[in-house]
Design a protein around this ligand. Structure first.
Ligand code: FAD
Length: 475
């Protein structure tokens, strides 16, 4: 351990007290990314209990010239919460700030601290008869502040929007330790520039979110879930358009998956029973939900009668209980674990206009198979958002360097096709450190100028999550 790290550690303990500062082996789990691809280190992990603690910690970091990597649940998939310069960075974990400060049923809103685990917050909201619609595979571990900082998406975006659309207000500790108190729960507030938007999706590069005011909706107490087999991805898109019209705003999720989803999910969960034949070219998993006087089951029944009668859907199964619905979703979720079991692979998170989604998948997969016939493409995602995870699995028995070469090549090929479709290299996961160079090379001059202006105005000493999103030079 270098002397300077030790002296930083002593200064942190002295200024903040031992309770707020983790050192030594205890910090290992904060310095490893979710997939375990990257293991790094940090001077210390700071674990504040209050906004005042965060403010104090940030001021001490400023005095020492130490950079800060904010961390929520550390489930991000782009290395945004993983330090990249252990000797000059601390991790600031929000995990102890998890209180619900207010839950107002009459106002359809809540104020929650940034370190609350998403599923725990959702459960408490549900106990009050309300619903917080953000839903993603990592919800048992990710934290609200991380969700806001990545502007997380998930399966309910088509009905409720991205996290940005669920946020009413923010409390943020700025890089000089001052507190931006923007925790309003007003629905409408057009008093000039909406500053909170700057921090949503900023991945901790502008400040530390300590609390969030969010919109709630009435709890949908009815849901109907169906897994449907179709002859082509184009048919899945046609089905989505039809569902949007026939089921209007009651459509709450619409995912597509390849037949390989069944194999992958069962590789991860061998006991999972097949719900239907795995022989169709494409599958759609959709959910309609609602509350009050609507009859969701009847709507699903009439919708399916129509689309099966027309031959658009060739096979299908409808869940008649919560447990069955959960089983259908396990195929969608288990697919990720199945891919992980096959070894290191390329994970993408791209988006294109909905009208071009099927063509994009066809073109990108063909380009990958032409160049890398030994690899397997797995394309799935959130249809309504034009969001595709086009993942590429190299043969697991190759040496690691050969696998990495294929991952790199496949990413380049997919991004080239994506650029032709004017798509986004990050639909929902953010940039972090993983996608930084792909982001950087695609920035226009004007966008770079605006991003630099925002960064240097708010964080002039460049101490907030340096190395994440973009590298800025101090002049
Ligand atoms: P972290 O990983 O801890 O941090 C993410 C970024 O935010 C980092 O840059 C960090 O510095 C910053 N940050 C964290 N907290 C704060 C804060 N309080 N203030 C300022 N900056 C902060 N994402 C989706 O969008 N949709 C999905 O469907 C989805 N599914 C997933 C499924 C699985 C199995 C996994 C592992 C991940 C998935 N993700 C998904 C990615 C991830 O869960 C989300 O990005 C999530 O929002 C990250 O939250 P977190 O608390 O884990 O943040």
């Amino acid at each position: 351990m270098s002397v300077s790290i030790q002296s930083y550690q002593e200064r942190f303990v002295e200024a903040l007290g031992a309770d707020l500062v983790l050192l030594g082996e205890e910090i290992a789990r904060y310095c490893r990314d979710w997939h375990g691809d990257v293991t790094t280190g940090a001077i210390a992990v700071l674990r504040p209990r209050s906004t005042d603690d965060v403010s104090k910690a940030v001021r001490v970091c400023a005095e020492l010239g130490v950079a800060i990597v904010p961390q929520g649940g550390n489930t991000g998939l782009v290395l945004g919460a993983t330090p990249d310069a252990p000797e000059t960075q601390v991790v600031l974990s929000l995990e102890r700030m998890n209180a619900i400060r207010r839950l107002d049923v009459d106002d359809f809103s809540a104020v929650v601290e940034a370190g609350a685990i998403l599923s725990e917050f959702k459960d408490k909201v549900e106990q009050a008869g309300m619903f917080f619609p953000l839903a993603l595979g990592a919800q048992g571990s990710c934290r609200i502040g991380g969700n806001v900082s990545t502007n997380a998406g998930g399966i309910n975006v088509l009905r409720y929007g991205m996290t940005r659309e669920l946020v009413l207000g923010l409390e943020v500790v700025l890089p000089d330790g001052s507190v931006f108190d923007g925790l309003s729960t007003l629905r409408k507030d057009n008093r000039g520039i909406d500053l909170k938007q700057l921090f949503i999706g900023a991945e901790g590069t502008l400040g530390i979110i300590t609390a969030v005011a969010v919109k709630l909706t009435p709890m949908p107490d009815q849901a109907a879930t169906a897994l449907l087999g179709l002859n082509a991805l184009d048919d899945v898109i046609a089905l989505y358009r039809r569902a949007r019209r026939d089921c209007c705003d009651l459509l709450s999720a619409f995912e597509f998956m390849p037949p390989l989803a069944f194999t992958l999910a069962r590789e991860a969960m061998p006991d999972l029973a097949m719900p239907m034949s795995g022989d169709h070219t494409a599958y759609a998993l959709l959910e309609i939900s609602g509350s009050g006087l609507v009859d969701v089951s009847d709507l699903m029944e009439r919708f399916l009668e129509g689309v099966m009668g027309d031959g658009l859907v060739v096979d299908g199964v409808v869940a008649t209980s919560k447990a069955q619905a959960r089983n259908l979703w396990l195929f969608r979720e288990g697919m990720n674990e199945g891919q992980a079991k096959r070894g290191p692979h390329l994970r993408t998170d791209v988006s294109v206009p909905l009208s071009r989604l099927a063509d994009f998948v066809r073109d990108a997969e063909k380009a990958v198979y032409d160049a890398l016939p030994e690899c397997v493409c797995v394309s799935y995602g959130h249809v309504g958002d034009g969001n595709v995870h086009l993942n590429v699995l190299p043969p697991g028995d190759l040496p690691r360097s050969e696998i990495d070469t294929r991952i790199y090549k496949a990413k380049k090929i997919i991004n080239e096709v994506l650029d032709r479709y004017h798509g986004s290299i990050s639909a929902e996961h953010g940039i972090g450190r993983l996608k930084k160079s792909d982001f950087d090379t695609r920035l226009s001059e004007v966008r770079r100028k605006l991003l630099t202006a925002a960064k240097t105005a708010i964080d002039p000493d460049l101490r907030m999550n340096p190395g994440c999103q973009l590298s800025f030079a101090r002049d």
